[in-house]
Design a binder for this molecule. Structure first.
Ligand SMILES: Cc1ncc(C[n+]2csc(CCOP(=O)(O)OP(=O)(O)O)c2C)c(N)n1
Length: 320
């Protein structure tokens, strides 16, 4: 595969920093009571999100669970409208009715943002079935956590995708935990890609999910495979630096463990890589940091000054 150009790499760096700073701000706003409901941060997993999205072709689809801010921003959804959605405002990407767990953008073929663990996996199979039925060259990348692999939807969706040769990349973002339960305590076979064998589908790689380049390359190859041959199961080995959601006391892991992983921080890791590869790149990266801070400040201002949904807004698109 041709090595990505400098501009592309710098853009990936920008996206990773945007996701990180956006979420740090969300944590602050949550603590101030300005964001309601649940808030699951993606901090630590940015290299996976950006690596995956950058591998998609324009006509491919992506769908994920509730830890979705990173995918939304990497997909190019406007930070100010995503922030407005976080605050439940009318100008938000779902008119303020979806919130943190339900970001989506139909035009960008990002189908959300789903709160039921594994609940989006049958949808991924459905989108892929449509593409295959109409003989469209489209692949669906379905992201899920390691915890989702122990749920019925996972089995049903993977099985049908194999039976019908659907163009899906089933991608497990293995961050080590499903809420407070470590993978090894929940899965008889903790090498989750091995489950591919049971469905007769291609067992893909276990990629270093803290390395954006590695993720980009592995997912690009998986997409090319799925477009031609059908489903593939792969894993991105990553880590979440924050709790499962806000307010998680994290008694299930030691501070040492978190600190050990923090040494492999995907943004720091990529910054070091860029510094080694391009002369004098650090001032450029610092400038990106400033630009991102300005974008976020503007997004917060926009969101805070946006109107609340009206009663009519709240009852529209509601089915009973
Ligand atoms: C069907 C269902 N069961 C339980 C829950 C509660 N729940 C929310 S998140 C979660 C853990 C899922 O972990 P994982 O799939 O590894 O994703 P991660 O949080 O690590 O991104 C659980 C059990 C739920 N939302 N839906």
């Amino acid at each position: 595969m041709a090595a990505p150009k400098k501009d592309t790499l710098i853009d990936w760096y920008r996206q990773m920093v945007l996701i990180r700073r956006f979420e740090e701000k969300c944590a602050e706003l949550y603590q101030q009571g300005k964001i309601g409901g649940f808030l699951h941060l993606y901090i630590g997993q940015e290299a996976t999100g950006v690596g995956v999205v950058s591998a998609l072709r324009d006509h491919d689809h992506i769908i994920t669970a509730y830890r979705d801010h990173g995918i939304a921003l990497a997909k190019g959804m406007e930070p100010r409208r995503v922030m407005a959605e976080m605050l439940g405002k009318r100008t938000g990407t779902s008119g303020g009715k979806g919130g943190s767990m339900h970001l989506a953008d139909r035009e960008k073929r990002f189908w959300g943002g789903h709160g039921i663990v594994g609940g989006h996996l049958p949808l991924a199979a459905g989108i892929a079935l449509k593409a295959r039925y109409l003989e469209q060259d489209e692949v669906v990348v379905a992201l899920m956590g390691d915890g989702a692999t122990n749920i019925g939807y996972f089995h049903e969706s993977l099985n049908l995708s194999a039976v019908w040769d659907l163009p899906v990349v089933w991608l497990i973002e293995n961050n080590g935990y499903g809420m407070g339960t470590a993978v090894e305590r929940a899965s008889g076979q903790p090498e989750l890609v091995k489950r591919a064998i049971a469905y007769g589908m291609r067992e893909g790689p276990r990629v270093d999910g803290m390395d954006v380049l590695a993720v980009h390359e592995a997912v690009s190859e998986a997409i090319a495979y799925a477009a031609k041959h059908g489903p593939i199961l792969m894993e991105s080995l990553t880590y979440r630096f924050e709790g499962h959601s806000m307010g998680d006391p994290q008694r299930y892991r030691s501070k040492d463990e978190v600190a050990r992983y923090a040494e492999g921080d995907p943004i720091g890791h990529f910054r070091t890589y860029l510094d080694g590869k391009f002369k004098n790149v650090l001032p450029e990266l610092d400038e990106i940091e400033r630009e991102v801070q300005a974008t976020i400040a503007e997004a917060v201002e926009f969101a805070e000054n946006s109107p609340e949904p009206t009663y009519e807004d709240l009852v529209s698109f509601v089915y009973a």
